[in-house]
Design a protein around this ligand. Sequence first.
Ligand SMILES: NC(=O)c1ccc[n+]([C@@H]2O[C@H](COP(=O)([O-])OP(=O)(O)OC[C@H]3O[C@@H](n4cnc5c(N)ncnc54)[C@H](O)[C@@H]3O)[C@@H](O)[C@H]2O)c1
Length: 321
Amino acid sequence: MTRFRALVTGCAGFIGSHLSERLLSDGWQVVGVDALTDYYSRRIKRRNLRSLLSHRRFAFHRADLNRMDLDRVLRSIDIVFHQAAQPGVRASWGTTFHIYTDCNLLATQRLLEAVRGRRSILKFVFASSSSVYGNVRQLPMRETQRCEPYSPYGVTKLGAENLCQLYHANYGVPAVSLRYFTVYGPRQRPDMAFHKFIAAALEGKPIRIYGTGRQSRDFTFVSDIVSANVAAAIGGQCGGIYNLGGGTRVILRDALRILERQLGRPIRLVFEEHARGDVDRTGADTSRARRDLLFRPKTNLAEGLAAQIAWHRQMRAEGVL
Ligand SMILES: NC(=O)c1ccc[n+]([C@@H]2O[C@H](COP(=O)([O-])OP(=O)(O)OC[C@H]3O[C@@H](n4cnc5c(N)ncnc54)[C@H](O)[C@@H]3O)[C@@H](O)[C@H]2O)c1
């Protein structure tokens, strides 16, 4: 099997750190870039990086994509996995929106500019999001349907995805966009629902639910997302867009019952006002990814949550969480 040289942006984050580890274990060389932004605790990001930093085929640049010398870093690269972004729907309103335009739009445009004309780059895999769809009436969500993002974050992810498409159409940049549906598992970001639920439950605190708790999500385990990234680097169609959903669409309240069973203790719920920008439900049509990427999610919600709980326990024992 060919061993490629990859650039992983956002390598200290939740998904980027798992992806970097997987590439190294497959024998790839990995250059990781991350600014260690302060969206959530840098202690967690440093912990995510720990095993990567000791690997001889991994090189780390702590740098901002909007300022660093991209030409230098791209010189030795075959495949780009662009995971870096300012995530989060709720924080994307108001005065912090400029961080979203900086990290999601401007940084992606700058990277695409640096990649265009470099024939050595075989694939540019972009981490897009189900948030590009918005509040749809009918499920499943299909790549061909009209996108109407429901949050400022979703607007920036759709804008970045559109940039990938047009750099492909105009300059032949071999871009592939992967629309992730609610990713979970060890290292999940602290602003995401399962992370908050497990953290609260382990501390014996009530869990805060926005809205009725009847909202549903197509939860996707992180290693299934990572495998799809690797498959997209090899077999993804340039200019293609692929939904990546775990295939277990679950109502939040039902997910909480699974958590309750696994934690072996009752969970108290507190209901809060519906969060603006949050959609009611998501569900992916993954037939394209099944066809081109042989995408077959392997981890069900119970297994995935068990792995995430184990990670929380370990991080609490280490004093990271
Ligand atoms: N987690 C999910 O459920 C989910 C769902 C849909 C899409 N996504 C997308 O997947 C990608 C990874 O998400 P995540 O959950 O791992 O987020 P994360 O915040 O854990 O990781 C993103 C990383 O990017 C870095 N970063 C941000 N701006 C940067 C910049 N300008 N220069 C260099 N580094 C920068 C951050 O420091 C962070 O470590 C993002 O593009 C996100 O939009 C995630």
